[in-house]
Design a protein around this ligand. Structure first.
Ligand code: FE2
Length: 265
C-alpha cells in the first residue's frame, strides 16, 4: 500500500511568486511538456513498449512518452455531468456515454490506456477530479497532494500518470528541492510538535505522518508541467530504489472549472 494519497513549455525561469499555490494562471497556461534545460533525470521515449522496457536506473527517475492525442476529452468531461470530489470512472460508464465521433475517439483512448496497463498486471484508475481534500491545519508541513512530494511504497513499484484534460500534474527537479524535514526551522517546529528528542522515535513520527515525503522548492526552482496526453512512468520511493524518487504535485484547482481527467496507477 502506498503512503501517498495521491503538463506546455516552461517559459524560462519561473518567478518565485508563481510558486504560490494561488497562482493558477501558470498551471492553466501549461499544456506541453519540455524537459527542463540541462536536466538529465527525465528520459523521453517514443513508444509504449519503450516506456515499459526502459529501467529507472543510472540517475533516470522519470520516463515520458509524449503524445498529441486525437479526440475531444472536453466532450467526455461534459458528458460525465456534474460531480464532486474524486470520481472513479469505470469502463462501463465511459463506454456508455453519448458522444460525437471526436468524443468517442477520446473515450476509446481512455479505455485503451487502461487496457494497456492492465495487460502489465497494473491496476490503473481513471479519475474525474473535481477537488482534492486539503490538508486542514497542516502545521509546519502540508501533506496534501498540492504539496510537492514523492510517492512511497514498501515494495518495488513505479507511478504511471497521464493528464487528459484540465491542468496537468506538475514536476520539480530533484536538484531544486529540499525535504521539508531537512530545513532547520521546519524540523525544529516538527520536533516541538513531537515533544521529544531528535532521534529514532522522531524519525518514525515523521514517517508515520508522511512529513518525510514532502519537499520545498528552492527559491530559484522551475517547476514544470507533465503536459496533456503524455504518459509518464516515474520513480517511487521504495526500499532499495536505485534512483531518487520523482517529485511532483497536483495542480491548483480552479473553482467552477470542469474536473481534471487523470489516469493513475
Ligand atoms: Fe503522488
Amino acid at each position: 500500500m502506498r503512503r501517498d494519497s495521491v503538463g506546455l513549455p516552461v517559459p524560462g525561469p519561473l518567478p518565485v511568486a508563481s510558486l504560490a499555490r494561488g497562482d493558477v494562471s501558470w498551471a492553466q497556461d501549461m499544456a506541453r511538456f519540455q524537459i527542463p534545460s540541462g536536466y538529465s533525470r527525465i528520459h523521453i521515449v517514443t513508444s509504449f513498449e519503450e516506456l515499459v522496457a526502459t529501467p529507472l536506473v543510472a540517475g533516470t527517475n522519470a520516463l515520458c512518452w509524449p503524445r498529441e492525442l486525437p479526440g475531444d476529452f472536453g466532450e467526455v468531461v461534459k458528458a460525465l455531468g456534474p460531480g464532486a470530489g474524486i470520481e472513479d470512472l469505470d469502463d462501463a460508464r465511459i463506454a456508455k456515454l453519448k458522444l460525437s465521433a471526436a468524443g468517442r475517439r477520446a473515450a476509446e483512448l481512455l479505455l485503451e490506456d487502461q487496457r494497456r496497463l492492465r495487460d502489465l498486471h497494473l491496476d490503473p484508475v481513471l479519475n474525474a477530479i473535481h477537488e482534492y481534500r486539503r490538508d486542514e491545519g497542516p502545521g509546519p508541513v502540508s501533506t496534501d497532494v498540492f504539496s510537492f512530494h514523492v510517492d512511497s511504497a514498501p515494495v518495488e513499484t513505479d507511478t504511471w500518470l497521464c493528464s487528459y484534460f484540465g491542468a496537468p500534474t506538475e514536476g520539480l527537479r530533484n536538484d531544486q528541492a529540499r525535504r521539508h524535514v531537512d530545513l532547520p526551522k521546519t524540523r525544529a517546529a516538527l520536533l516541538e510538535r513531537f515533544g521529544g528528542e531528535d532521534a529514532g522515535e522522531f524519525s518514525e513520527y515523521l514517517r508515520e505522518h508522511h512529513f518525510d515525503l514532502h519537499y520545498a522548492a528552492e527559491p530559484n526552482a522551475e517547476p514544470f508541467s507533465f503536459g496533456l496526453g503524455n504518459l509518464w512512468r516515474v520513480a517511487v520511493q521504495w526500499p532499495g530504489c536505485p534512483v531518487p524518487a520523482f517529485i511532483h504535485r497536483a495542480p491548483a484547482m480552479v473553482p467552477g472549472q470542469p474536473p481534471r481527467l487523470l489516469l493513475i496507477s
